[in-house]
Design a protein around this ligand. Structure first.
Ligand code: PEP
Length: 263
């Protein structure tokens, strides 16, 4: 049975002075059996979050929001995947804000993916279409292209062993208060697994957790978690609010229990 995962993307919020306390508060409010929790703070807050969680709740994992595609070199301001060892165990890759602001291409994201896996990080690959692409009826095609591009050089077996996770995040739903319908998100999850099958994925992608992301809150999480094809959420804005995270993880826990993951 696939993991149920709630991952918090703090984006460019928090400081080393306050991130540890926020992580501790969220951890305490989200102790729900069977749900894998991940907090992805800014790079400069990784150590503070790691230390706070190690003391108060080591079951919450720490993730990075990206990694560089090279191992080392003249890349001012960047962070290579091996530098994260000891700081993080997960990494978000290909977030639409990085595709938009840092010009990340599918090919580059694929290189980041293999760097992350080589460094022992559990990757969350983000895919998702723009509004005009959905309106033009091209959403599935766009996501399949992103998937093929990022996975072109990947070894499915190695990625599966690394616990590969995909987040379907329609770009028009991120930070906007708009969400995909749960049935559209589930249909996209099915299409992603069909895409993985075509790429030679070991079990036709059935073992790959697929998260929904895009304006998830404690109010709307239930719609997504009711879809068997969806295995959790990547949460942005609401992930900075302990009350919201408590509601989101509590609802994810109902699905985890129904899947027999709650132990
Ligand atoms: C995200 O940053 O991945 C995200 C889904 O943001 P939000 O929840 O704010 O839409």
């Amino acid at each position: 049975m696939r993991d149920v995962i709630v991952a918090a993307n703090w984006k460019m919020h928090t400081t080393p002075a306050d991130a540890g306390d926020l992580a501790t508060t969220i951890a305490a409010r989200t102790r729900v059996p069977g749900v894998t929790r991940v907090i992805c703070p800014p790079f400069v807050c990784l150590a503070a979050v790691r230390d706070a969680l190690a003391e108060h709740d080591p079951s919450v994992a720490v993730g990075a929001q990206t990694v560089h595609h090279e191992l080392a070199g003249a890349y001012t301001g960047e962070t290579a995947a091996p530098m994260l060892v000891g700081l993080a165990t997960w990494a978000i890759l290909g977030h639409s804000e990085r595709r938009r602001d840092a010009g990340e291409t599918d090919d580059l994201i694929g290189r980041k993916l293999s760097r992350a896996v080589d460094a022992g990080l559990r990757p969350i690959l983000c895919v998702g279409e723009l509004l005009e692409e959905r309106e033009a009826g091209r959403a599935t095609q766009v996501v399949e292209t992103q998937l093929r591009g990022a996975l072109a050089a990947a070894d499915p077996q190695a990625l599966a062993s690394a616990g590969f996770v995909i987040a379907y995040e329609p770009v028009w739903a991120i930070g906007t208060g708009r969400t995909a319908t749960a049935s559209d998100a589930a249909a996209m999850a099915d299409a992603i697994r069909t895409g993985l099958t075509a790429l030679g994925w070991p079990d036709g992608g059935e073992g790959v957790p697929i998260l929904y992301g895009g304006s998830v809150t404690s109010v709307n999480i239930g719609e997504f978690m009711a879809e068997p094809a969806i295995d959790g959420a990547l949460v942005g804005g609401a992930s900075l609010k302990p009350d919201e995270m408590a509601g989101i993880v509590a609802r994810a826990g109902i699905t985890a229990a129904a899947r027999g993951l709650a132990g």
